[in-house]
Design a protein around this ligand. Structure first.
Ligand code: PEP
Ligand code: MN
Length: 274
């Protein structure tokens, strides 16, 4: 079947992952700071995620920063803070792995492994992760490379599934265009196209796409309407002080209001916000 023939088959809405992260009829929200900065920062930011009623908290320990002079994350110390705080709050942890040699360590501290946009085409990393999560409850969030086509993104996911990795979730996080008013351009058509071509769930990261907090909630609403299966959003208890991606972090009040804001959109799509 050609891509257009497959597309005509329609969007798949009842997708789920075996580990419960994505459930049919639901819209999963993952929230939390870009980076684990300190114990106190992560407790404060993750507590807000818990209070807002979400079950998955994000926080980077290994950060793929554009500049080598920017804060690179706390590494193993950050992972320890992440798992301790998430465990205390009863949340599941989502964090990025950049190096194959850190996969086991990251899996000890987090249930969901994020593969960043800059590593989407790191095929040896994808294969190693696929083999590592095979037969486990761990999941992967595979960001779309910001210069990758939908087909390249789906094939990248197949590097993971081919090794036996299940619980793979695709994440659209914006692509590079000529537009300068946003950090990247959120490609919602890619969400719809991907959902016609694969059974894998597709979530949206409006934070990195926009690069500015005032667009995160409108883009979140649009993501629900575009049949996405969830969101990963950045939030911080003191956004202005964030060491990474400060301009795009939602403050606590906005995070608290997000569920109510999304509810009518989700219910129109036959989904419940988790
Ligand atoms: C992130 O989630 O903080 C991140 C670096 O994302 P991306 O790989 O999409 O840039
Ligand atoms: Mn970030």
């Amino acid at each position: 079947m050609s891509i257009s023939e497959k597309s005509a088959a329609g969007v798949k809405t009842n997708v789920s992952t075996k580990n419960g992260m994505i459930q049919s009829g639901s819209f999963r929200v993952i929230a939390g700071p870009c980076t684990v900065e300190s114990y106190d920062q992560f407790v404060a930011s993750a507590s807000a995620v818990k209070q807002a009623g979400y079950e998955y908290v994000r926080g980077g320990a290994f950060k793929p920063r554009t500049s080598p002079y920017s804060f690179q994350g706390l590494g193993e110390e950050g992972l320890k803070i992440l798992s301790e705080v998430a465990g205390d709050l009863g949340l599941k942890a989502v964090t990025e792995v950049m190096d194959a040699e850190d996969i086991e360590l990251v899996m000890e501290h987090a249930q969901i492994i994020q593969i960043g946009a800059r590593n989407m085409a790191n095929f040896s990393l994808l294969k190693r992760i696929g083999a590592a999560i095979a037969g486990t409850d761990h999941g992967v969030v595979l960001k779309r490379g910001f210069a990758s086509t939908v087909e390249e993104w789906l094939l990248a996911a197949e590097y993971i599934t081919k090794e036996g990795g299940e619980n793979v979730v695709l994440c659209e996080r914006g692509i590079r265009t000529f537009e300068t008013s946003t950090r990247f351009t959120l490609d919602l058509s890619a969400v719809i196209v991907a959902k016609r071509l694969t059974d894998l769930p597709v979530i949206v990261d409006p934070s990195h796409a926009a690069g500015r907090r005032d667009l995160v909630i409108p883009l979140s609403k649009a993501s629900v309407a575009a049949e996405a299966d969830g969101l990963i959003v950045e939030s911080h208890h003191e956004p202005q002080e964030a060491l990474c991606d400060a301009e795009q972090a939602l403050p606590v009040e906005a995070l608290m209001g997000l569920r109510e804001t999304l509810r009518p959109f989700a219910s129109a799509m036959g989904r419940e916000v988790l």
